[in-house]
Design a protein around this ligand. Sequence first.
Ligand SMILES: *Cc1c(COP(=O)(O)O)cnc(C)c1O
Length: 379
Amino acid sequence: MRIETLTVHAGHQPDPATGAVTPPIYLTTTFARDAKGELPHGFIYARSDNPNRRDLERALAALEGGETALAFASGMAATAAVFQSMLPGEHVIAPQDAYYGTAKLLREVMGGWGLASTLVDMTDPHAVARAVTPHTRLVWIETPSNPTLAVTDIARVAAIARAAGARCVCDNTWATPLLQRPLALGCDVVMHSTTKYLGGHSDLTGGALVLPADDEWAARLRTQQQLGGGVPSAFDCWLLMRGIRSLAWRMRGHCENAARVAGFLATHAAVDVVHYPGLASDPGHAVAARQMTAFGGMLSVEVKGGAPAALEVVRRVRLFTPATSLGGTESLIEHRASVEGPDSLTPPGLLRLSIGLEHADDLIGDLDQALRGAAATRS
Ligand SMILES: *Cc1c(COP(=O)(O)O)cnc(C)c1O
């Protein structure tokens, strides 16, 4: 079955109790035993499992081509479960431009737990190979990366991890399973912040892990999910199922709009660089073209005139909302260096754009007036 069909059907069936085509939200914390003292539907307590979560996990596994999935209360809860399934003394390799929460969790929490980590430029497979130690048990990939859309060769890095006896995780939040299927490229687990494109409407927080087999490691991660307790509510599972139904068509719109906006910005007089793997000139283009079916809805742009010019653009946009996060129907803009603080390595003139589902001409018009206005203020 094609992925568009899976987004609509996976995990969905008419409610067995009522025939409702759209499932109810099971707002219950506990489940009754039958006359024999058994649990007829396999549910016992909502932290362990819930009907809405079970449907969602089936859908997520199907979308990534996996065997099993685990839903969490946030992307970070899913990430934490992976790190907490590891042992003190083990070593993780992660990208130097990993999502800031991932890098901070490794440094500030997992470091104290005895998990060592090395951050490398993951667009260079040799740098990954050089960072391997006898204790390396996990290689964490995030591609395209935040905020410069750097592209990692998933199959190559997964092969390096395998040769080192390490598992390979791919944070597939930005690409979504519509554009990139890391399990098919050799990864052992896919991680998602479902808060972003999978939810798609900026109205829920969630995370997920998808694995190719329901093996011993999957069981360990499930224990972490159920006892760590970072589980999503029935309502958030329901909202996410609703979001996933339109994922395929939303992603088409995000990709189409982002390609148009990137093409426009690439020739704009007030712009230095556009980071978008869909541009033929982008350093990640060749690898992205090989491992992605389209180039996504995220891009970043370095404005001439550095931070003051970039901040002036943010003040002048009317359609783009200045806000963090991504993947919703509305376009967002963010000056990353201000958010990341004084240690940030992000270029000062960089703006990150989450391209929404408005008409591309309106988005282009809005960016054009803001860039021109900001440039006029400078001169
Ligand atoms: C947002 C995000 C996360 C963290 O997810 P939360 O749902 O905010 O906890 C992790 N990775 C990437 C790439 C993200 O964009």
